[in-house]
Design a protein around this ligand. Structure first.
Ligand SMILES: [Zn+2]
Length: 330
């Protein structure tokens, strides 16, 4: 944890600031220490360079979700070439210029691939938050970047003053117990005049997943030991990989073929994935205990309820929704 993060943090219990007692320092990072609240008796540890606001008593559903994605992002922790292209597609119509000089929050940062990119796009400050131990990978992937901070916390109960001018959440809200509550919670951390951006699974275009994949995920694969689920993902990942290379990669330049293939908009978009990327993509679909598929109307309702203005909601890859808008100034 860099000491510059202190000016952004508040106690989640009483909204006062912290003092930081450092016990171990490596370069710019406080690797071990304690955050002591100025207003109440709350104390939060800094462990392996990361301030930890996840206390005992998380409910079982949240614990299981955190364990699933913690496993995924600490075993698949490297940043890849595909990250930038995917990130820009998920946040479109935003471009790298939208990050220039912004104070950015990534709500559900996983292994840190997007906070790394937000920093490269010219953000003034970037904070990545995740509930799971994926924060360990995010910290390792970004610790050389002086303007990037990683915090372990629940996005429903974030420990920040509200300094953020750009808040985004990619592929996270649909894994929360109550997705709309999650959207409203992160939107409250955007300054007036600032921007919110999100990407979630769509109900439209994913009927076959809800019908065939969800029962397997809910009843079997999300409860198995993670290494077992990963092994079970190998055969479908091999089939998917073969299909992508044999059919969907050629279909990208052959519109007639693309029209004949099922789920083609999405599968053509991932046809360049390596086998490892495919394997973890399949794992990602099968490991989460909670996953919702949202209709356009639901996503519109989130933005409307939050009072977001100048909203753009677009279908992405035929199977998901990306939305963005501005928080009104008083
Ligand atoms: Zn306090």
């Amino acid at each position: 944890m860099k000491t510059s993060l202190l000016s952004l943090l508040v106690c989640p219990n009483c909204r006062n600031g912290f003092s930081l007692a450092s016990k171990e320092v490596e370069g710019a990072e406080v690797m071990r220490g304690t955050l002591a609240c100025h207003g109440c008796a709350s104390r939060f540890p800094v462990v392996r360079g990361i301030p930890r606001f996840v206390e005992e008593g998380l409910n079982a559903e949240k614990q299981a979700t955190a364990a699933a994605f913690g496993y995924e992002w600490t075993h698949y922790s490297q940043l890849t070439e595909a990250d930038k292209k995917e990130f820009l597609a998920w946040i479109a119509p935003l471009t790298p210029e939208a990050f220039k000089d912004q104070v950015v929050l990534d709500a559900g940062c996983g292994k840190g691939r997007h906070i790394y990119l937000a920093s490269r796009f010219g953000a003034r400050t970037v904070v990545g938050v995740d509930l799971s131990f994926a924060v360990e990978a995010a910290f390792k992937n970004t610790r050389g970047l002086p303007n990037v901070h990683v915090v372990q916390a629940d996005i429903l109960d974030l420990p920040f003053r509200n300094p953020f001018t750009l808040v985004y959440s990619i592929g996270v809200i649909h894994h929360l117990p109550v997705p709309k509550a999650g959207f409203l919670a992160i939107t409250r951390h955007v300054q007036p005049g600032g921007r919110i951006s999100t990407w979630v699974y769509g109900k439209e275009g994913n009927g076959w997943i809800e019908l065939f994949v969800n029962p397997v995920r809910k009843n079997i694969t999300s409860w198995l030991p993670k290494p077992v689920t990963r092994c079970l993902c190998v055969p479908p990942a091999m089939l998917l990989y073969a299909g992508l290379k044999a059919l969907y990669a050629p279909a990208k330049t052959r519109p007639a073929l693309k029209r004949c293939l099922p789920y083609s908009e999405y599968l053509c978009s991932i046809s360049g994935y390596t086998f490892a990327e495919n394997l973890w993509n399949v794992f990602d679909q099968l490991v989460a205990p909670t996953a919702y598929y949202h209709s356009r109307e639901e996503v519109v309702d989130w933005f409307t309820t939050a009072g977001v203005e100048k909203v753009t909601i677009e279908r992405h890859n035929g199977n998901s929704w990306r939305g963005t808008g501005l928080i009104p100034t008083p």
